[in-house]
Structure formats: structure tokens, C-alpha cells
Write a protein that binds this ligand. Structure first.
Ligand code: AMP
Ligand code: MG
Length: 619
């Protein structure tokens, strides 16, 4: 269901609560109060189970079962449209467009707790569930039976008149968009974001409330961390020329403009016979030449003549129409096309049709991959101007960390982090300077950090940044530069040190092997791409249906290791790779994606949609 539209030009208000709080009961009591006040109210309710409003045996039921994908049943008092969505659940925004908003004053929503729109949180102490408001900036008021420390308006959950007054005031304060009539037919398509999930990290400018930039005051959200890092990074300024066959993975330093026409000459798109477009109705044509690719026939074609021509061969002057060989009968030097319907100009590719001289091809900041190499070669470039390769210094920290290749020492673990980091840096085309393993010694750390910062463009370490750790790298970092020790509201990968030493970006990644990779993917990779000069890079994300229940905790982004596949209906499905401990590196090796569960979600149920980040090409 991809045709989600802009939201109706109507006040929209949800009631968010855990089950057992009595949302439906409250709405049932509230609706008469609102209608008595003269409001026409639409209600959207999300059900987790597979409901059916129809009754077995009824005509509409029988017609649906017989195959009606949409079933509209109408009578004097009501009509109902039932739409089957076997492929995927309809998007929230799409469902809103189903309302006849011209006939409503307000839409209330029950459920849809994880979607960003204004809500009242309902909470009853006896239900024993955590509060939603600290983790969801979409909550604009609280209706509860206890009082909390919060600047939000608070109403007693048992005081229906006050809840009614709040809702009426909310509807009265709603700023209608005067450019849009309250009519579903006037909704405009958003800028091609119809395919995205309603994840809280995506800001929608049209929304009155923008959510979840700071879930926990103690930590940073993933986008906040990313933004703070990217703000401090500028690309390497030096450029160099490289041969096209050495250009893979590099980033263009200047625009590429086509120096030639592609194709160079007007040519045949088929193996066949070229004739004149003003000479189509003849019974047969005299074959005057045969033109192979790479050759030409340099005379103007006369009426009554044809040339036998191969795909890609230049069409002779005036031979502007090609009939494919399968439609031709050739005999005694003559060719005829008894069955062919020929139109003037068919099967001919015009000179400059793909690219003409002076046309822009690639802009500076484009990463050169196979198609770009091929394109530049096709334009005759032997070399191109690229940004200098980024040099990254890496080392591991910890007395317990041992280099592989020797017998294992007592109380030690082999260093895996440096190797996963090397692999990911290689994917990004970086030059790697390996400083090995540095033991937990402040002086040694300082010496290596300092020289690595002078010798490279960026320094990456792993281990020793956990909050509360008495690790030496922190002491060293404190003396060397401006390093922030952040707690990112994510799992795995909560601790992250970031700052500059000798004006070079420094990342202190966590020690746990999975956390290292997840932090690298989320923070280091975007930073390196920016340093390399790549413009406008965003990671590929997609939606998939969870085939198992996924647990998370509200307030942090959960990155589970997942495996996605396409089912027989062409829909992506995802499950985890099993145990998710942040030390279990195997989970990364078995995964083909990360499952990203947004901070506003605590549990993803089977059948619900989640965001996945495919890992192919990235790790
Ligand atoms: P730390 O943050 O230094 O306390 O490290 C957290 C966990 O990650 C500890 O169990 C470390 O032993 C482990 N660890 C740290 N560095 C590495 C490494 N280079 N390779 C594998 N595991 C590591
Ligand atoms: Mg350590």
C-alpha cells in the first residue's frame, strides 16, 4: 500500500496506552460528549489480530470469499468498504485518506502507538506499565490517575468532562491549511517518501509535533550523534589524477562532462536492412552494400535501394529506417518485407541520443563504481580527477587483547575488532595504518594517539570507552584533545568517544565486537564518506515483515542482527540470527541486515513492519 497521501486537513489526536488501560472504554464514554458538543468525529482503530467485520453466510462475505478484493456494501443507513490487504498492512497515512474529511471535524486514533502524531497518554497505576511520555515527544498531554513531574498538561483519567474539554480545545486550536480544502481529492503526493516506514526518526515537516530527538536526557539519539559528528567533518582537500582502471571506489573531485556524442554516429539498433524513410511502400529493394559494425557505407542511399546492416553500424546518409532481419526475405540481390509494418525512422539510434557533447554526466562527489568506470571509459577518458585516498589509523586497546597467530595466553582474548574494522575500511577504499594493540598504559596510549593523529586523516580505536571504566585511553584522550564521551541511546554500541586530536577526527569505539561493527556502520562510515568527499550519501533501508517477535526497549534504537528473504508474494520478511549478545560476532557473520527498531517501539510483533538496513556491500 504505497500510495500514502498527505494527512487530512483535520485535527488528529491519538490515545496511547498499554493494553489493559481501557482506551476503548474511555473513547466509548468520550464520543457521546464530543458529539453532544457538535463535533463530527472519525475514529481510526488499529487491531493487532486478524479481525473481520463481516459475518459468514452474508452476501458480502460470500462475494469476498469468492474473490472480491474490495467489497463495498451499502444500504440506507451506512456503507462499508472492506479491502483485502494480503501483501502488507496499509500505511497509517494511507488509512487516514480513507476518511471523508469534508464531513468530519476531528479524527481520533486508538492504537498506532509507534507512529508519530499528537497523542494523549492514558495511564492507570494499577496496570503497572511504564510511562510513554518520557520517550515519545508526540505525547501532548497525560490522562492518568497519578501525578507525574512533567510540563505536559495533566488530566485525571476519570474526569471525562476535562478530557472532553481538552479535546475540544485541541480541535479548536488546530490550524487548518487554508490552501487545501478538506477534501480527500485535494491531497497532494509527498515528495516520493510514500515508501518509507513511519519511523520516529524521520521528521515530517507537515506534522505539528516532531518526535524523538532526545529520548533520554542522559544520552544522544542515533541521528543526534550522527549529526554532531558530521558537522565537524570536512572533506580532504587534496585531489589527484588516477587512471580509470585504478579509479574504483574513489570519489570524483570534479564534474564529468561528455566530450563526445554517444552514440558517435546515427546507427542501426538491429541486424537488418536500412532503407529510406520516404521510400517505404516498395515491393522490393536492391541491396547495394553490406555494412558491418565498425565500418560504413559512405554514399547516400537512393530510393529503391537498401543496405544490409548490422547492429551498431552507422546508417548511410538518408537511410534512416531499419527493418529487422527476421521480417526480411532476401533473394537474388533483392530484399522484400512482405509482412512488416514499417514506420519511418524505426530501429535507428540517433547520434548523441544517450549523451550529447557538453552534457553533464557525473558531478564531483560521486563515488566511482563499476557503471561510472564504464561510463567514463565510454566517453574516452583515460584518467579522472579524484580526492586523495583517506588514511585511517587504527589500534586496539586492552591488556587482555592478544594478536592472533600465536598460542593463546592465559586470561586473554584474540583481537577481532581491528580486523573487522580493517575489513570495513577496505570496503570504503581507505588506506589503513595499523598501530596494533596498545596495552592499558596512559603514556603509551598518548604517544600512539598523538603520532597516529599526525600521520593519518582519522584515528579509530576500540575498547576502553565504557562509561564508568577506569580505562587509560580516557585519561590519555583527556590530555590530548577535545573528546566527548557520549552515551548513545542504542544497543549495541552505547558508549562512543568522539572528538578531534590534532584537528583530526577521533573515534573511540566500544570494545564489544558487535558493538564495534554497529557503531562503525552508524557513525564511522558516514563520517568517512564525508571525509572522502562523497556527497549526499544515505544508507539503503527497506521495510520487512517480522516473522518473529522482536524485543527492544523504549528510548533506544535497537539494532538486531537479521536475515531477510523475499517470500513467494514478493514481500520482504525478516528474522533475527538468534542470540543477540554484543560479543557474539557470529551474529554479524550470519546476518544480511540490521533490524532497526526505533526508540518509540518496545516490541515488534509477528506480522508487523520493521526497518531493515541491508549489509551487502557494507561489511
Ligand atoms: P572494554 O570496553 O574495553 O571494557 O571492552 C568491552 C569488551 O570488549 C571486553 O569484554 C573486552 O575484552 C572486549 N574487547 C575489547 N577489545 C577487543 C578487541 N580488540 N577484540 C575483541 N574483543 C575486545
Ligand atoms: Mg578494555
Amino acid at each position: 500500500m504505497n500510495d500514502s497521501k498527505q494527512r487530512p486537513n483535520l485535527p488528529l489526536l491519538g490515545f496511547a496506552a498499554y493494553s489493559g488501560t481501557g482506551k476503548t472504554t474511555l473513547l466509548e464514554a468520550l464520543l457521546p460528549l464530543l458529539t453532544q458538543a457538535g463535533l463530527k468525529v472519525g475514529v481510526l482503530k488499529h487491531a493487532h489480530h486478524d479481525f473481520d467485520v463481516d459475518k459468514p453466510g452474508k452476501d458480502s462475505y460470500r462475494l469476498r470469499k469468492a474473490g472480491a478484493n474490495q467489497m463495498l456494501i451499502a444500504s440506507r443507513n451506512r456503507h462499508v468498504l472492506m479491502t483485502e490487504t494480503p501483501e502488507a498492512e496499509a500505511e497509517f497515512d494511507y488509512l487516514l485518506t480513507r476518511f471523508d474529511s469534508a464531513k468530519l471535524d476531528l479524527i481520533l486514533v486508538e492504537g498506532c502507538k509507534n507512529i508519530a502524531f499528537p497523542k494523549i497518554e492514558l495511564n492507570r497505576h494499577e496496570v503497572g506499565k511504564p510511562w510513554l511520555y518520557p520517550n515519545d515527544n508526540n505525547i501532548i498531554a497525560i490522562a492518568a490517575d497519578t501525578h507525574v513531574e512533567s510540563p505536559l498538561p495533566q488530566i485525571s483519567i476519570n474526569d471525562l468532562d476535562s478530557i472532553r474539554d481538552f479535546v475540544i480545545q485541541y480541535a479548536a486550536d488546530f490550524k487548518f491549511d487554508t490552501n487545501s480544502q478538506a477534501d480527500a481529492s485535494n491531497f497532494t503526493q509527498p515528495n516520493d517518501d510514500s515508501n518509507k516506514t513511519q519511523s520516529c526518526s524521520e521528521k515530517k515537516t507537515s506534522e505539528p509535533i516532531v518526535c524523538c530527538d532526545s529520548f533520554s536526557p542522559a544520552g544522544l539519539s542515533v541521528p543526534q550523534g550522527q549529526q554532531k559528528i558530521l558537522e565537524t567533518i570536512s572533506n580532504v582537500s587534496l585531489t589527484e589524477k588516477v587512471a580509470i582502471n585504478q579509479a574504483y571506489g574513489r570519489v570524483l573531485a570534479s564534474d564529468i562532462v561528455s566530450p563526445i556524442n554517444v552514440p558517435q554516429h546515427t546507427n542501426s539498433a538491429m541486424d537488418g536492412y536500412a532503407i529510406r524513410g520516404d521510400d517505404l511502400d516498395r515491393e522490393s529493394y536492391t541491396i547495394v552494400a553490406e555494412v558491418m559494425a565498425g565500418h560504413s557505407f559512405d554514399e547516400e542511399l537512393q530510393t529503391g535501394q537498401a543496405v544490409k546492416i548490422m547492429t551498431g553500424a552507422p546508417t548511410p546518409l538518408s537511410a534512416d529506417t531499419v527493418v529487422m532481419r527476421e521480417q526480411a526475405i532476401e533473394k537474388d540481390g533483392l530484399v522484400s518485407f512482405p509482412e512488416a509494418k514499417i514506420s519511418n525512422g524505426q530501429n535507428v539510434r540517433m547520434a548523441g541520443e544517450d549523451l550529447s557533447i557538453g552534457q553533464p554526466v557525473f558531478t564531483a562527489g560521486t563515488r566511482i563504481e563499476a557503471p561510472e568506470m564504464g561510463m567514463m571509459a565510454s566517453l574516452g577518458f583515460g584518467e579522472c580527477s579524484v580526492r586523495r585516498q583517506v588514511k585511517v589509523g587504527i589500534f586496539s586497546t586492552g591488556d587482555e587483547v592478544q594478536d592472533p597467530g600465536n598460542a593463546q595466553q592465559p586470561n586473554s582474548i584474540y583481537d577481532s575488532n581491528r580486523y573487522t574494522i580493517m575489513g570495513m575500511l577496505q570496503k570504503l577504499g581507505c588506506e589503513i595504518v595499523d598501530y596494533g594493540i596498545i596495552e592499558d598504559d596512559e603514556q603509551k596510549m598518548m604517544a600512539v594517539l598523538h603520532s597516529a593523529s599526525l600521520e593519518t586523516d582519522m584515528v579509530l580505536t576500540s575498547g576502553g570507552v565504557s562509561v564508568g571504566d577506569a580505562d587509560y585511553i580516557k585519561l590519555a584522550l583527556d590530555k590530548l584533545g577535545e573528546i566527548n564521551f557520549w552515551r548513545i541511546n542504542m544497543r549495541p554500541g552505547r558508549p562512543l568517544a568522539y572528538g578531534k586530536i590534532e584537528n583530526k577526527p577521533f573515534f573511540g569505539l566500544p570494545g564489544n565486537p558487535v558493538a564495534v561493527m554497529v557503531s562503525f556502520i552508524n557513525f564511522v562510515e558516514p563520517a568517512i564518506r564525508k571525509l572522502q568527499g562523497q556527497l549526499d550519501w544515505v544508507p539503503v533501508k527497506a521495510n520487512a515483515i517480522a516473522t518473529e517477535q522482536l524485543r527492544s526497549r523504549q528510548g533506544r534504537t535497537e539494532f538486531s542482527r537479521g536475515f531477510f528473504t523475499m517470500n513467494e508474494s514478493g514481500v520482504l520478511e525478516v528474522k533475527t540470527t538468534g542470540k543477540q549478545g554484543s560479543g557474539i560476532l557470529r551474529s554479524m557473520s550470519e546476518a544480511n541486515c540490521l533490524i532497526e527498531i526505533s526508540p518509540s517501539v518496545d516490541t515488534v510483533k509477528v506480522g508487523e513492519k520493521v526497518t531493515i538496513i541491508p549489509l551487502q556491500g557494507r561489511i
